[in-house]
Design a protein around this ligand. Structure first.
Ligand code: ZN
Length: 412
């Protein structure tokens, strides 16, 4: 596939496509219309996702209203309580949360949420954005099941960082917070294309095609989705040795919901899966190309050797990548995620600035070229050289990533 066609597809899907929305499905159908021309018919597999509608929200501090967006899937509430800003959720500070609405830094993570609930917080505020940018966008966040766990539900809102900076100095002021919405079960979709090979052993390719609420997700991750289209077109042209599955995953941004649903629905088939090749954010104008291998270290060496052989720099390492490869590795299938990580200021994601302009067509084509080269070797291998095992150090990383265990705090 040439550069022009890659960019054309990328631009045609440049719209917000959040998990479970009409526009997400529209994008899946669009990808299907392209890959069906390989002669194999891709299937749309739906899976349930929690949805909200009629979201209403209000945030007032000492009677002054602050623009906010209520957290999706959090409880309906109308509360008034003092504000506290908690940049450091250590035990001494957490004692001050009782009966308060707590503003925290960064994403609401499970362990922070648990700390807030256990220490008697009554609501939370998060913020997003960059104070140097001209916009006042507010991202739409969600109180995910994985954050909540078995804790009680707290109401929460997200605000723009410019307002957060003001609130940081307002500890003790009175906050009035209202959130209401109705919740229902919706559906999101994985698009699955199967190319039968000589062997039953299967190599799976994944890339998510959904975006977050403010983003048209060109870099994150129509870039990887386009890479998968190119791979499907290339490998459909002759019968491969390994059977191939290409999965364009939905609702990745909502917590890898598509890949988790796939692994659940196809658990027995995964016994034949020998490797997952995932693409999440490639082709950025700047930055390093990485290969994150949830596998034995020998795959890291293999990719490093290959990169030198081809003169295409790749920083390969063992690790768990926050993307659709992870649920598969959690089921015992080794994986590699490829990405080109844009340096700060050159490739913002999850906001309005993630557009096709962040990508360089030549770089996108080169990144896909390397992935195809690697994939070709795996696909045509007599037996897949990657041992089908998840080593203990990676199992531990999976436990941390999937929130089964809390990573010990490292004091630097
Ligand atoms: Zn992504």
């Amino acid at each position: 596939m040439n550069k022009k066609s890659l960019i054309k597809i990328l631009r045609s899907a440049q719209y917000v496509r959040t998990g479970g929305s009409r526009s997400e499905l529209k994008c899946a159908e669009y990808i299907k219309s392209i890959v069906d021309s390989t002669g194999y018919e891709a299937e749309l597999e739906s899976f349930p996702v929690p949805m909200s509608e009629g979201l209403e929200q209000l945030l007032e501090v000492d009677g002054v209203s602050i623009p906010c967006k209520g957290y999706l899937c959090c409880e309906t509430a109308d509360i008034t309580a003092p504000l506290i800003y908690l940049p450091e959720p250590d035990r001494s500070c957490l004692l001050d949360c009782k009966g308060k609405i707590v503003m925290i830094d960064g994403y609401l993570r499970r362990w922070v949420y648990k700390d807030l609930v256990e220490n008697g917080a009554v609501g939370f505020i998060t913020y997003s954005g960059n104070m140097n940018y001209p916009d006042r966008d507010i991202d739409l966040r969600e109180l995910r099941e994985l954050i909540k766990g078995d804790q009680k539900e707290l109401p929460g809102v997200n605000i723009n960082v410019k307002d957060a900076m003001k609130l940081a100095g307002m500890n003790g002021r009175t906050v009035h917070m209202q959130v209401s919405q109705s919740q229902y079960e919706g559906s999101s979709h994985n698009l699955v294309l199967t190319i039968p090979g000589e062997l039953e052993k299967t190599i799976i390719f994944t890339a998510h095609y959904d975006s977050t609420a403010l983003s048209s997700g060109a870099y994150d991750n129509m870039s990887g989705s386009v890479g998968l289209i190119a791979a499907a077109e290339r490998f459909a042209s002759s019968r491969p040795r390994h059977t191939l599955k290409f999965i364009w995953c939905g609702s990745e941004e909502r917590g890898l919901l598509g890949s988790k649903a796939y692994c659940q629905a196809h658990e027995s088939e995964l016994e034949n899966a020998v490797l997952v090749i995932n693409l999440d954010m490639i082709g950025s104008s700047m930055g390093k190309f990485i290969a994150c291998c949830t596998s034995e270290p020998s795959l890291v060496s293999y990719i490093s050797y290959m990169s030198k052989e081809l003169g295409f720099p790749v920083r390969a390492s063992q690790g768990v990548y926050s993307s659709d490869s992870t649920p598969f590795s959690d089921k015992g299938v080794p994986s590699v995620s490829f990405a080109r990580l844009a340096p700060d200021g050159t490739g913002d994601i999850h906001n309005r600035y993630d557009t096709a302009g962040l990508l360089r067509p030549e770089q996108l084509a080169a990144d896909i070229g390397f992935v195809l080269e690697f994939s070709q070797r795996m696909i045509s291998s007599h037996v897949c050289p990657v041992e089908r095992v998840i080593p203990d150090n990676m199992k531990e990383e999976l436990d941390y990533y999937l929130l089964r265990k809390k990573k010990p705090d490292v004091i630097k």
